[in-house]
Design a protein around this ligand. Sequence first.
Ligand code: NAD
Ligand code: MG
Length: 389
Amino acid sequence: MTPEQPKRRIALFGSTGSIGTQALEVIAANPDKFSAEILTAHSNEELLIEQALKFQPNIVVIGDEKKYEKVKKELSSTDVKVFAGEKALEETAAIDCYDLMLAGIVGYAGLRPTLKAISIGKPVALANKETLVVAGDIVMRKAVENRVPVIPVDSEHSAIFQCLVGETRNKIEKVILTASGGPFLGRKPNYLVNVKREHALQHPNWSMGAKITIDSATLMNKGLEMIEAKWLFNLKPEQIQVLVHPQSIIHSMVQFEDGSIKAQMGLPDMKLPIQYALAFPKRIPNQFPRYDFKKVSTLTFEEPDIRTFRNLALAIEALNKGGNLPSIMNAANEIAVYAFLRNRINFLDMTDVIEKTMQKISYIERPTLEEYYESDGEARTFAADMIKL
Ligand code: NAD
Ligand code: MG
């Protein structure tokens, strides 16, 4: 992107979230390189209005239809088009007015708009890992068919992606996904049974949305990321290793056939992988704080404790078995996290909900997209009934 090149127009799906607001910081810091073309929010209309007034996008979408009138009224003095409702998300993704989608919606809700962007040939910067957990084979196949790049935003996958630049002809022996271990690293079940929502929401290294913060505390996040890595980098389950690295300086590593290991490092700050994905293949300068080897001079590594953090063991089972099992697990996890965040179940109950749902819902080895949608719905209903939501 030289000064003569046009700005990259970004469709920011999930603009009011942790990823979305950080992406807008990157866009605001580089007004000659990026513009916000589409902004979408689920229910935070106040922030969406504020963002629209500042960034003057072409389109905003508010998921909650009850809030349409308010958003419309507040933006009536601008040229911003306002749409509302779940369907409008997909329809807006299909409009040929942007250059890159940043998929920053949380959970299963991100799948359809992302698939739509890919189907009309738009590159995707993917934060929404659940998209690949639910239907990774179909999403990546469509991306290849349409020659659409899927650029990871998740810090571990961005690290792997960066390690692979210039290595297209070289085989990967394995990837090593690093994990901070979350706030309960080293704890045992007798401690975990009593942890409360507020405690689980305190992540030691990263500030993120509520759902991924709970997933980090249970280690489900790392399980989702193993499945995400499988699809992004076309790996076999045995090529994906998880290593706990509490300092979160090495964001992940790739080991090649000659035994050489490449790592990508930096301070834990999501703005870096977001900026990398938005500007890819260029690196652009910024003022983010730099990692200083003298300040954090000890980097440590340990095995994850999957006996205690059983969600990771369940995710490894889903990764190995494939089919619709990851989508069933993902749906049950979304329900379980929702219930935990509302103090309806305790920390360890989340694992039981996921495990029982995985046992109950019928396994399909090669599901169609429709069957993935159905498995998601069945798993949600079963999990919600189990905890009487
Ligand atoms: P968040 O909860 O902070 O924000 C979620 C965004 O999605 C909001 O803009 C919200 O309005 C929108 N949204 C929520 N439910 C929706 C629905 N049903 N329909 C439409 N829009 C909906 O979440 P986040 O932490 O920004 O995470 C977003 C995604 O990025 C997740 O998949 C997460 O796993 C992934 N991710 C996040 C981080 C991080 O640092 N936050 C890091 C790596 C990956
Ligand atoms: Mg991550």
